[in-house]
Design a protein. Structure first.
Lengths: 265, 399
């Protein structure tokens, strides 16, 4: 069997090291330690495990600045066969609609039976890009996949989180799944694969490579983004708090007394 | 899946589309066109339609600023639970009503599903001006594709200025598909909404996984779409019924690519959202083994252990225990934050707790901004000592 898998991966700032340009409200990526979005590692693992079992190829697809190559390099070390980075100044400032369009546009030129993505990223937290890509491609999708049960050339079966219920669904391929962290345990990058893929090129595609059809020239980047950040501000404070200072023993006594007063002990 | 869009309010059922189609891709059913598997999206029928009722998705003049005024009112997309209307719908309606009143416009609620009369009535008695019902067996279970088609029909019928959907797994799967279909902006998981004098929706959410709030606009497009964080907005109350109920046509594609094989209740592992006491761990907890002391404290207090995101990312606790924007929103009677710095991402999920105790060695930790009792100290010193004291009490009692 030969199934074409595509994993959507994104390079994100490490949690807690995020900065925002107060002028534009956009994310400042320079100088911030980066990592692959942790949820996307589960998507990549799902693609790799299915390929290893069923046969096929895994393409890792990302959009971002040139340094996002690191994330695709990491995908090679985990076992991806091909890495494509969509990188162009024209893509900058994209919101989820423009990002989904750009990825979907690229996917028209990448064979794909099953597209996998993390359920969300740790920087944007929107969970919107995966379903958006599926809609642009007119293919089925399921978000918040808890388990992938089986797949073949025609169909994939998965268990998905639907709030107070779980659903078992079957989607005709091509289809797109966004996965939770429950879906698997990602493999570690391997030194052997690192050596073996040292000379493997990462393809970089720019806006011209995506050849937008007439009427869709302005669908990229800031220009193609209906949403914009109007204002950023610190969260509201709390005037009613009591600050307890002291030696650990004193704090322990006070905490014990408080919990007893509230009748938890 | 058919990708052509029909503006039913403009269609008079003349059949020009059927006559011009070379592929037998469209038939008239109940007087309106339905596109089948034969449709190649060639566009001949779009040009042939004398009333301009056909188009490709997104071809609509949504981006045309001059036409924004055609869009009026707030539309809430309801969500169903196993036993009727999901309470989150009432939260959306409470917020939707406030925004609609601020605009001086109407509040509509879409109820999509199979056999949804009871849910539709619930929306009427909670103050909807207009309830739009899409009732069809193919909508019995949530599936993104038919639901997108159904909601697209409702939006194109009612032309709302604002669409609010639940920030639940279902809402957050469906909303982005609908937003792409409509080529409009969508803001995820808002915790606060306002409208300005231009009728623009100010959508505020904790942003960038971290330390700030962001207010986001999509004012040049309609509808302005947002998903709303559950358990944040006050619920709509019961009111005398003044609204109307309208049934909209829904013609499912016979070839949707997705099927629901089985629906099960979720196992009751989701305890962190229901617990009265949550003992929460953050990055100040240095090793997975050290969670043991928090489990012991939680047991002593009759609660459960929760955590902030880094611990789930490290694989120390399952994501069901994560409190925060990308985890659960909790409102326990008592929340004890141990070694949690208090990133907005986390605080957004617990600030509604009745009593908040935070233990952190850094006096400037943002968690202290929301804590009622801020213990400046090290959880590694305080918690084990507290457990010893609790044990002593137990021993003393046993004697």
């Amino acid at each position: 069997m030969h199934i074409e898998f595509v994993a959507l991966v994104k390079q994100v700032p490490r949690t807690g090291e995020v900065e925002v340009d107060p002028e534009t409200g956009n994310l400042v990526r320079e100088g911030v330690a980066a990592q692959t979005n942790p949820y996307d590692l589960h998507a990549l693992e799902a693609a790799l495990a299915l390929r290893d079992r069923l046969g096929g190829t895994v393409t890792a697809l990302s959009m971002g600045p040139p340094q996002a190559e690191d994330t695709l390099r990491e995908a090679f070390w985990m076992g991806a066969d091909r890495g494509i980075l969509l990188s162009d100044a024209a893509f900058a400032g994209a919101d989820t609609l423009a990002t989904a369009y750009t990825l979907a546009r690229a996917l028209r030129d990448i064979p794909h039976d099953l597209v996998l993505a993390g359920m969300q990223t740790t920087d944007g937290d929107t969970a919107q890009v995966g379903p958006g890509v599926a809609e642009f491609l007119h293919i089925a999708h399921a978000s918040y996949v808890l388990r992938i049960e089986e797949a073949d050339r025609r169909e994939v079966c998965a268990v998905v989180d639907a709030g107070d219920r779980v659903q078992r669904v079957a989607l005709a391929l091509p289809a797109l799944l966004t996965v939770t962290r429950e879906v698997n345990q990602p493999r570690l990058p391997s030194f052997r694969r690192r050596l073996a893929t040292r000379d493997r090129p990462i393809e970089t595609w720019c806006r011209e490579d995506l050849a937008p059809p007439e009427g869709e020239e302005a669908y990229f980047g800031l220009e193609g983004s209906p949403t914009w950040v109007e204002e950023i501000f610190p969260p509201p404070g709390n005037p009613e708090r009591e600050i307890w200072r002291g030696r650990p023993g004193e704090l322990t006594d006070r905490l014990l007394a408080q919990l007893e007063e509230w009748k938890y002990l | 899946m058919s990708v052509l869009r029909v503006a039913y309010e403009n269609c008079d059922g003349c059949g020009a589309c059927v006559a011009v189609c070379p592929f037998d891709g469209v038939v008239l059913e109940e007087g309106v066109p339905r596109f089948g598997a034969g449709c190649r999206v060639c566009g001949l029928c779009i040009d042939a339609c004398p009333r301009g009722a056909l188009g490709l998705p997104g071809e609509e003049d949504a981006g045309d600023v001059a036409d924004l005024s055609r869009y009026r009112g707030v539309m809430v997309v309801s969500e169903r639970a196993a036993d009727g209307l999901d309470p989150v719908t009432l939260e959306l309606m409470g917020e939707g009503r406030r925004l609609a009143d601020a605009l001086g416009e109407a509040l509509s609620v879409v109820v999509a599903g199979a056999d949804v009369d009871a849910e539709a009535r619930e929306c009427l008695v909670h103050g909807a001006d207009r309830v739009l019902v899409l009732d069809h067996p193919s909508l019995a279970h949530f599936r993104p594709e038919p639901y997108t088609d159904a909601l697209e029909g409702a939006v194109r019928h009612a032309l709302p200025s604002i669409v609010l959907m639940a920030g639940t797994p279902v809402g957050r799967s469906l909303a982005p598909r609908l937003a792409v279909r409509l080529r409009t902006g969508l803001t995820a998981d808002c915790t606060s909404l306002e409208v300005n004098e231009r009728g623009e929706l100010l959508q505020t959410r904790p942003a960038f996984g971290g330390d700030i709030m962001a207010t986001i606009l999509s004012g040049n497009h309609r509808p302005q779409m947002a998903t709303v964080r559950p358990r944040v907005m006050p619920r709509a109350g019961r009111l005398p019924v003044t609204g109307t109920l309208e049934r909209l046509p829904f013609r499912p594609d016979p070839e949707y690519p997705g099927r629901v094989l089985e629906v099960r209740e979720k196992p009751a592992a989701d305890t962190v959202a229901d617990a009265d006491v949550v003992v929460a761990a953050g990055r100040g907890i240095r090793r997975a083994e050290d969670l043991d002391m928090l489990h012991r404290l939680a047991d002593a207090l009759g609660g459960v252990v929760g955590c902030s995101r880094p611990l789930v990312e490290a694989g120390w606790l399952p994501s069901t225990q994560q409190v925060g924007l990308s985890g659960r929103t909790v409102r326990p009677k008592l929340y004890i934050a141990c070694g949690i710095s208090g990133a907005i991402q986390h605080v957004a999920g617990m600030r509604g707790s009745e009593r908040i105790i935070a233990i952190n060695p850094d006096e400037n930790a943002p968690i202290f901004d929301v804590a009622h009792h801020a213990l400046v100290g090290d959880a590694y010193e305080i918690i084990p000592a507290l457990l010893d004291r609790i044990e002593e009490r137990g021993d003393a009692r046993a004697v």
